[in-house]
Ligand binder design. Structure first.
Ligand code: PLP
Length: 362
């Protein structure tokens, strides 16, 4: 079905893309990727970046270079997109799914403490903590990073949804040992499929680049001493990224104003920024007082060709993760039952937002 108002649509700015491609005429196409990586380093303040063909690939390689292997425990939020968790399974490791807190909807530090204690009581300790800033909302970074430091855990920031969000003026994605962003079609900046890994470690960056290119040794012939992946970003994707990255701040400002407009018109509950946090408001998300009203509104908007989504169904309830360790407090389930993602793309007009809000109120 074609929606008259899609959830988050990034039209291709053809003249802008052509302008980028024209700049590289006669230059080796790999230069576009290198330049996109440099641009991402400037934007995030991270010294190293490796462009990949998805955010999921970036999470997979990030976990790998952080030393995650078979039977290692990885703490991660239950309230997230499946791509946060699947790569843990690719490595034969064990996710420990942790519930949310009420303010940001991200991983609850108290529940993380509980998860670590529970593992300790079983004589186990986790290796890595994965932080997610869901829907672009920065998580409780101070407390979560303090727990990770105290416990000697490596931190992977899955900032897939949160390019442009900051905490105390610093880009989220740069707080952990490794960070990743996604550039898939619905993100604040898209490469129409792609992701990137950022890190302060030159060794990790070059290891990721090596693994993403089939672990090919630097020799005149094809030699492979390790198992690799075909995860590198394509040049045309990087060109699309270059054509959009300059709009990052403007796109974030637009998404924030869309959220504020909905909030003013509807007065509904959403998640909030903790002091010092600035969210890119990737998606405008709200809670209804009950599930039945949410479902009625969803059907009404669907009938008017307006695209919405329920909030994430928690990972601990997903059949594919049946039986994995989890620490739950009911928050993520509450969010799934009551929540909605409203159209949030930066190309939305105030009139469209008002129309959506009027239908919800009706
Ligand atoms: C939290 C989160 N992690 C990871 C990903 C995976 O990114 P990709 O779709 O580029 O593989 C996404 C994608 O939307 C995401 O929302």
């Amino acid at each position: 079905m074609r929606y008259s108002i899609p959830l988050s649509y990034n039209p291709i700015n053809v003249p802008r893309l052509a302008e980028v491609l024209n700049r590289y005429e006669g230059v080796h196409h790999n230069q576009i990727i290198t330049d996109f990586e440099s641009a991402m380093c400037s934007v995030t303040g991270s010294p190293f970046a490796v462009a990949l063909n998805s955010g999921t690939a970036a999470i997979h390689l990030a976990l790998k270079i952080l030393g995650v292997g078979a039977d290692d425990y990885v703490i991660a939020p239950t309230f997230t997109y499946v791509a946060t968790i699947n790569p843990i399974l690719y490595l034969g490791a064990r996710p420990v799914l942790v519930d949310s807190e009420a303010t940001t909807w991200n991983m609850d530090p108290d529940a993380v403490e509980e998860a670590i204690l529970k593992l300790k009581n079983e004589g186990k300790r986790p290796k890595v903590m994965v932080l997610v800033h869901t829907y672009g909302m920065p998580c409780q970074l101070d407390r979560l990073l303090a727990i990770a430091r105290r416990e000697g855990l490596r931190v992977l920031e899955d900032a897939a949804e949160s390019l442009g969000s900051t905490y105390r003026g610093q880009m989220v994605g740069t707080f952990g040992d490794v960070g990743i962003y996604s550039f898939n079609n619905n993100k604040v900046v898209t490469t129409y499929g792609g992701g990137i890994l950022i890190t302060k470690s030159p060794e990790w960056a070059s290891k990721v680049r090596f693994l993403a290119n089939q672990a090919r040794e630097d020799l005149p012939y094809y030699e492979h001493r390790a198992m690799g992946y075909n995860y590198a970003m394509g040049s045309l994707n990087a060109a699309a990224g270059m054509s959009q990255l300059i709009d990052l701040q403007e796109n974030v400002a637009k998404r924030r104003s869309i959220f504020n407009l909905y909030k003013g018109l509807l007065g509904m509950e959403s998640h909030d920024e903790i002091p010092g946090a600035y969210s890119n408001r990737w998606f405008s998300t709200f809670l209804f007082p009950n599930e039945a009203t949410r479902n009625r509104v969803t059907s009404l908007l669907e009938a008017n060709t307006i695209e919405t989504r329920p909030l994430w169904r928690p990972m601990h309830d997903q059949p594919v993760f049946h039986g994995v360790h989890s620490i739950t407090n009911g928050h993520a389930n509450h969010l799934f039952k009551h929540g909605i993602c409203l159209p949030s793309g930066q190309s939305l007009t105030p009139t469209q937002v008002e129309m959506v809000a009027a239908l919800i109120k009706a």
